[in-house]
Design a protein around this ligand. Sequence first.
Ligand SMILES: Cc1cc2nc3c(=O)[nH]c(=O)nc-3n(C[C@H](O)[C@H](O)[C@H](O)COP(=O)(O)OP(=O)(O)OC[C@H]3O[C@@H](n4cnc5c(N)ncnc54)[C@H](O)[C@@H]3O)c2cc1C
Length: 386
Amino acid sequence: MTHDAIVIGGGPSGTSAAIGLARKGWHVALVERAEFPRRKVCGEFMSAANRPVLEALGVCAEWDAAAGPAIGRVALFMGERVVTAPMPATGGSGRGLGRDVLDPLLLEQARCCGVEVLQPGRATGFTRKGAGHRVELAMPQGTATLEAPVLVAAHGSWERGPLPTQAPKLSAPGDLLGFKAHFRGGHLDADLMPLLSFPGGYGGMVQVDGGRLSLSCCIRRDVLEDLRRPGDTAGAALQAYLMRSCRGIRETLDGAKLSGPWLGAGPIRPDLRPCYADGIFRVGNLAGEAHPVIAEGISMAIQSGWLLSRAFEECDSVDRKARDRAGARYQAMWRRQFSTRIRAANAFANLAMRPERFAGLGRLISTVPATLTLGAWLSGKVKPVR
Ligand SMILES: Cc1cc2nc3c(=O)[nH]c(=O)nc-3n(C[C@H](O)[C@H](O)[C@H](O)COP(=O)(O)OP(=O)(O)OC[C@H]3O[C@@H](n4cnc5c(N)ncnc54)[C@H](O)[C@@H]3O)c2cc1C
């Protein structure tokens, strides 16, 4: 075997798992397809509940120094409605940090912890090899093969491809596509994170690092197709639609300038998936994905990577039985930590995409804004990893 563990993917889940496993003294390889820094479809908000894990990973001070303003209030922007409420109290504030800053920060920390980072390197396939796994890589200098008893799939859930852990390519009118753009200027209160609700989709806005405003959303494929006129980019059609649909977005983006192009991804497939199957550990979106309406995917990615390394705590050598025991421990910890918010996110997302059905709840939120605070609480924003 060339390594104790191979991690495929250098997003927040892969880097967190790699750091945790390297801290055990394991020889860990991490393979990341993209060159960093790179922008990514993501709203870029992270709740304060992550602080203990960021501290354990050794990046909390850097996150504090780089992230945008403290978020103290949540809001609902729906049609002409603008309602704000306090974030639930957590003993700290969530903040936004661009993925072009956060992901390199975590990857650099993995390097410092002794992880061998192969970047750019794309995993093109993997197979069982004895009691472990063999991973095939494509790199600029040619192909390579790595072998290890522990394989961690952390390559996210939105790309289709040849890996057994990637979902098949399917396309349906109801698919949810993810989009994001950065803006400069605009009029979003620094401490406010609004939830955007519009027909066929939902989204969010938050100030991130360096005075940038991050706007991200999900929209049904068929709704987006109807919006596009010949020559329109998806981003331009979407931006015009968002501004038409929602007073809060219109007022926020008045005078704002796009900083970089709109990015698209997906379709996204929010679901609970097996965390350990066929001898392979899955972290981040691959283990389970909440609708981004609750802005908890980075938290779940970082926390799941960390939980995986904890599942191996009393395990020095990794034979098949030890791996299965760690898999069962990891799966149980994962479900306790994340299942409720995945279900809550499903319910919120289905309401937020249908403002006509959301109208009753919208009226309730206007009358009792604390309903928004309760929603943020249900979404896991005050639930640190124990
Ligand atoms: C519109 C939208 C808004 C969102 N907003 C928020 C938010 O505000 N807050 C929040 O917490 N979450 C948010 N999320 C969710 C969040 O972006 C994801 O949950 C998170 O990125 C998952 O992290 P991950 O590490 O599992 O995967 P990823 O971040 O997708 O990382 C996977 C990595 O694997 C690499 N990779 C892929 N294939 C291979 C391969 N074959 N070989 C090597 N490397 C590979 C990729 O290049 C990538 O770097 C949002 C999502 C969407 C769609």
